[in-house]
Design a protein around this ligand. Sequence first.
Ligand SMILES: O=C[C@H](O)COP(=O)(O)O
Length: 317
Amino acid sequence: MHAGAPRNAGTALDLSRIRAQAANTSAIERRAATLPGRRSVKKDWQAAWLLKAISLIDLTTLSGDDTEGRVRRLCAKARQPVRADILDALGVPGLTTGAVCVYHDMVAPAVRALHGSGIPVAAVSTGFPAGLSPFHLRLAEIGESVAAGASEIDIVISRRHVLTGDWQALYDEMRAFREACGQAHVKAILATGELGTLRNVARASWVCMMAGADFIKTSTGKEGVNATLPVSLVMMRAIRDYEAATGFRVGYKPAGGISKAKDALTYLALVKDELGDAWLSPDLFRFGASSLLGDIERQLEHHVTGRYSAAHRHPQA
Ligand SMILES: O=C[C@H](O)COP(=O)(O)O
């Protein structure tokens, strides 16, 4: 991640800036509602954009019934996300997903299965998804996942720190998580569906960035509401403002419920509009998704062959 670019080192906690964050909910919702219909990604370029989307997926399995076999199949999919003849026809033989994302116990099998591919393994950590296990165990969990070979750690924040406005506690927690990650890059999951307001989303985004998050991520995929376009607008604008204030570029990861190719195109158009082309890279943008790849593969197959195949022909794992 961030090849060549400096990591976000964070800043001191600036409470006046946190408190100054506002979010005009109705304006944000109006803008978000116009996005899906827009043709920012032209038809002829859709295949190229879908290939780009694949390179930005954290291909994910986070289920209580995950097995090594499922994770091995997922990793094979990460190495070769689309049928070889389709990729050859599109002229991108070596395409892979951005990463594979799993629970701690599946890190070592994933690292083995991805050996030599250069594809990073991300672990969800810190008592995922609720983040309510003892703090020292959450820190230890990060250390164990890094030791097992995860080079990216997706942490969950304590939602109560946001809901009670305890920004210092959130900052200290995030700093400690970042430190426990060492060289591994850290994505801060805000669980936006549980934060109550878009203003809280903006404030939590800022606190996590000030505390050194490499990425901010919407959701675990387990909340009642996961990634949405309004939340994405708020988080992307926080990232843009943070870069303007500090010079550090923080990545963005919408996650949970993004399963259709057309939704991925909407997100990419939004990234381009709000953050610019620099963010259209795995260093600065990922989709957290378990079933998006299957739909993209189906659309690419249609693009190349003129035919759709049944969804069950594109299993994820
Ligand atoms: O971070 C990834 C999410 O857990 C995936 O959610 P999803 O299964 O709705 O795609």
